[in-house]
Design a binder for this molecule. Sequence first.
Ligand SMILES: Cc1cc2nc3c(=O)[nH]c(=O)nc-3n(C[C@H](O)[C@H](O)[C@H](O)COP(=O)(O)OP(=O)(O)OC[C@H]3O[C@@H](n4cnc5c(N)ncnc54)[C@H](O)[C@@H]3O)c2cc1C
Length: 406
Amino acid sequence: MISDLVIIGGGAAGFMGAITAMSNGLRSVVILEGTSKVLEKVRISGGGRCNITNSCWEISNLVNNYPRGEKQLIGLFNRFSTTEAFDWFQRKGLNLKVEKDGRVFPSSDSSEDVIKCLTDLAKKYGVKVFTNSHVKQISITKEGFNLLAKGSNFFVAKNLLICTGGHPSGRRLAKSLGHSIIPPVPSLFSFSTSEDSLKSCSGITLDVQTKLIVNKKKYSGAGSILITHKGFSGPVILRLSAFSARYLHDNKYNGELKINWLCMNESEARSKLNLYKTKNGKKLVFNSKPFNNLPRSLWKSLLFSLKLESKLKWADITKLQIEALIKCLIMKSYLINNRGPYGEEFVTAGGISLKEINFKTMESKICKGLYFAGELLDIDGITGGFNFQHCWTTGWVAGKSIALNQ
Ligand SMILES: Cc1cc2nc3c(=O)[nH]c(=O)nc-3n(C[C@H](O)[C@H](O)[C@H](O)COP(=O)(O)OP(=O)(O)OC[C@H]3O[C@@H](n4cnc5c(N)ncnc54)[C@H](O)[C@@H]3O)c2cc1C
């Protein structure tokens, strides 16, 4: 039997597409999920809490959180943005809460409730879900599409929505239907450095200003950094990694990270240090804490990196040493030599070329009746719920367009 719509991939985008299509009048929707469980990434997301979206309600600000897809998302968000996603889930009975940093989670702090909400709705609208149904091949027919899934199972569809996330098989299927793929590279990762002086500071988090230089290209950011045993992580680093993802990949993850540990300019740092020196001449430099926000172990490690003597007193510190210290505090340079482990969330940058998609409908410009949504597209966001948000948005727009086109 021919289905109005077959969706490949039972993830966030696939479920949103299926529910939207059925609730807008489509008669038959099938989800084919390759693994034994649907919505597995929702389950593990946000450390099991699922950071479902973000309270960044202003579209002009919201799109700044997408290193890829920023332009295309403006129109899409005008139709279904963070506000609509928040209301959609609340109206469907999932209570949500907004945390101080803007991240939105289910009030229960359990991703299982997001899964329950989506699977209950799919059931209510009569979406047929087939697990263990990895789609291997697609052919175009007069009526639409023939699909060959695991176990030689065949499915026939009028319309096809591919939402296979970062999985390579989805890109292969799209390529077989004529689409070009922007090569996938990792996004949202930490940075490794061979710098030894920070080893004792592992676990420290503080607000900093940063500049990443990759082969003369500069990226800057401000926010919380986490010093790890191998280098740097935390929101400001993950954001830098997302915006420089492709360039860093092409440069074998080599770059220079400059950190302003004080978030101060040179003259502010100089006058603070000189005042401290005047008032504390007899104190040992190593045992001091001239800047409240700078943890003691980090202060010591910066002094070590300058090879200052441990017995040095403020009264004996030279002008030259003060200048070196200022430079170290406000523009300390670290060589980045590799990509470190991922944070809590990771995504793929790259995917289906956005030039080949009609963003009013999410339909392919190359193949009629073929639609795409979610991470499979060359769209990705930084951490904070922005990745699920574009999945809800593109899934919703695709589902709605397919239903309205029938
Ligand atoms: C550990 C982790 C934590 C995360 N936490 C967050 C978070 O808190 N907030 C946030 O916004 N984002 C988070 N993300 C990112 C977010 O999970 C993804 O952006 C999102 O899941 C992508 O949704 P999707 O529907 O496009 O793809 P997916 O969720 O990956 O779903 C695709 C589905 O397609 C199936 N599939 C693939 N190929 C085939 C095939 N050939 N046939 C049939 N089925 C197939 C896969 O098995 C999968 O179930 C996290 C990611 C990770 C890895």
